[in-house]
Write a protein that binds this ligand. Structure first.
Ligand SMILES: [Zn+2]
Length: 98
């Protein structure tokens, strides 16, 4: 599994996790938090409270490549891969902002 981003060449069988999909990150930089790392963390925290969502992710994304239309180098796609692979979701706590 891997996450493709933006305008890189995307294999036809990859599953969309971007803005037009049901796997989109509901948390948005600029609205819900200031940084990409924060919205990824919020997504991870949220997913822990969504057992049905986790089931769907495992059913539909396990073993698949994903693509996301965001322009960030990392995003919730990594979290989705962890969920799909049955990993415990690891929430990174970054250093406190000054
Ligand atoms: Zn993305």
């Amino acid at each position: 599994m891997k996450v493709y981003h933006g305008n890189k060449s995307i294999p036809g069988e990859a599953v969309s996790i971007g803005s037009s999909s049901s796997f989109v990150n509901p948390f948005v930089v600029g609205r819900d938090a200031e940084t990409q790392a924060e919205v990824i963390q919020m997504f991870s925290e949220w997913a822990k409270t969504q057992p049905r969502f986790v089931e769907i992710v495992i059913e539909e994304l396990r073993g698949r490549d994903l693509f996301c239309d965001c322009t960030a180098s990392i995003c919730h796609g990594q979290t989705l891969m962890d969920i799909a692979n049955g990993k415990r979701i690891h929430v990174k706590r970054g250093p406190k902002r000054k």
